[in-house]
Design a protein around this ligand. Structure first.
Ligand SMILES: *Cc1c(COP(=O)(O)O)cnc(C)c1O
Length: 434
């Protein structure tokens, strides 16, 4: 292809799928030349302050010298070797680090390629666990409405039944059990009625349930809602009481985003199975992990066929493991707690400007996550170019205009990001009113 910019764009538009899109795209694409720190540089010459961390992942910003170094050091030894029958230091060091940072009862770890696969692995662990225990009827999953767990089939079956893709794939998705979404806000005083529907649903389905699967504290792509730690505590208590495993999906919340290293720490509980992904490699490569307790792993190994039946071709890719280890070490050393709490303060102060604006339903902040919820879904073809013209990279979905910037963002950049977010929402709502 010639260096002609128009030709590249045309090829993209005519042949390439983008996430949740059609070909050709239903909204404009912006071509990126490079990214550095919190700045995304477009081929047009424009620079955007990044408000998305490339979907929760680039927590240290782009083109980080230490992460670059981890990749280049590793590639001199090997980019990849199969994990069947072979092992290597990058995987072992990373797994040791992840097991030491998570709850002490999480003792075994399965590395995979993406968040959705980590969820599939978690579900398969729960199913094999009950098979091994001879409870063959315990095959269903229970979750709450408003969740998101990925795009593969088992993951889709526990996504929100309305916003998810249930109607499209009706008959193809395993029928799961849904409780009402948690209605208690993060800071709301606890009322036992908040858990009633969940408790009743769990009680009446317990004989068929392998596991409950939830996003702890923050429901991400299903609606960006924050719920009370007490709710999660009660979920854990009920799972123990009714003998159902608890899978926590920390793929979005993990690695500090919520203000805790892992969001389950707010509730001071331990899941039986934990999914990690997104920020695991600092946004460099696709990698995910599923952790479980000794009891889950021992039971699976003691059942038929005595093996856990999963093994991706690129399992524990050394490049991805090396950069993940560096990213996690960098996080631990970085003072992320202060960074995230400063971001939370600035988001709260700045985004409050649109709270009373007609068309705005809610403004909420938890950790380094800021959400402006509108009354109506936005028109992406209209609002996306406005954000770009205003110098920021914000990608709304539905009614949600939200940001989760890299932790390394400095105050003036974050203030700029918030002010442009506020200005764009005003500008968009003013236009939408006509
Ligand atoms: C993004 C996400 C997933 C899916 O991860 P992919 O890497 O996109 O497959 C699963 N669960 C949660 C909570 C997520 O935010």
């Amino acid at each position: 292809m010639s260096a002609n910019k128009g030709e590249y764009s045309r090829f993209d538009s005519e042949h390439i799928w983008h996430p949740y899109n059609r070909v050709p795209s239903s909204f404009p694409m912006f071509m990126v030349r490079s990214a550095e720190g919190v700045r995304i540089k477009l081929t047009s010459g424009q620079e955007l302050i990044d408000g998305m961390s490339s979907w929760w992942s680039a927590i240290h910003g782009y083109n980080h010298p230490r992460l670059n170094d981890a990749v280049t050091r590793q590639i001199k030894d090997m980019a990849h070797v199969m994990f069947g029958g072979l092992t290597h230091r990058p995987a072992i060091d990373l797994c040791a680090q992840l097991l030491s940072l998570t709850h002490k009862d999480l003792d075994k770890i399965f590395i995979s390629d993406s968040g959705s696969v980590a969820v599939e692995v978690a579900i398969k662990m729960a199913l094999q666990y009950w098979q091994a225990r001879g409870h063959k009827q315990k095959r269903q999953l229970m979750t709450v409405e408003g969740g998101y767990h990925g795009d593969t089939f088992a993951a889709m079956s526990v996504c929100d039944p309305v916003n998810g893709m249930h109607h499209l794939f009706a008959g193809m998705l395993a029928p799961q059990v849904f409780a009402d979404m948690p209605r208690c806000k993060f800071d709301q005083p606890w009322d036992p009625r908040f858990i009633e529907n969940f408790a009743l649903t769990l009680e009446s389905n317990k004989h068929n349930l392998a596991a409950v699967i939830l996003e702890p504290i923050v429901q991400g792509a299903g609606g960006m809602r924050f719920y009370s730690p007490e709710y999660l505590k009660q979920v854990k208590r009920l799972c123990v009481e009714y003998d159902v495993l608890l899978i926590l999906d920390e793929i979005a919340t993990g690695f500090g985003r919520s203000g805790k290293l892992f969001a389950y720490e707010y509730a001071d509980i331990c899941p039986d199975i934990l999914c990690l992904g997104k920020a695991l490699t600092g946004g460099y490569m696709s990698l995910a992990a599923t952790l479980c307790t000794e009891e889950v792993s021992r039971t699976i190994s003691g059942g038929e066929p005595g093996l856990f039946m999963h093994g991706p071709t690129f399992m524990a890719n050394p490049l991805a493991c090396s950069v993940a280890l560096s990213s996690v070490q960098l996080l631990v050393e970085s003072g992320w707690r202060d960074q995230v709490s400063t971001i939370a303060d600035i988001l709260s102060a700045e985004l409050a400007a649109v709270r009373e604006l007609p068309g705005v339903a809610d403004v909420r902040v938890l950790g380094a996550i800021g959400v402006v919820e509108l009354n109506e879904p936005v028109d992406m073809a209209v609002i996306q170019p406005m954000f770009v013209a205003n110098g920021v990279w914000i990608r709304p979905f539905g009614k949600l205009v939200y940001t989760m910037p890299p932790y390394t963002i400095v105050k003036p950049d974050l203030e700029f990001l918030c002010r442009q977010m506020v200005a764009t929402v005003r500008q968009y709502l003013a236009g939408a009113a006509h």
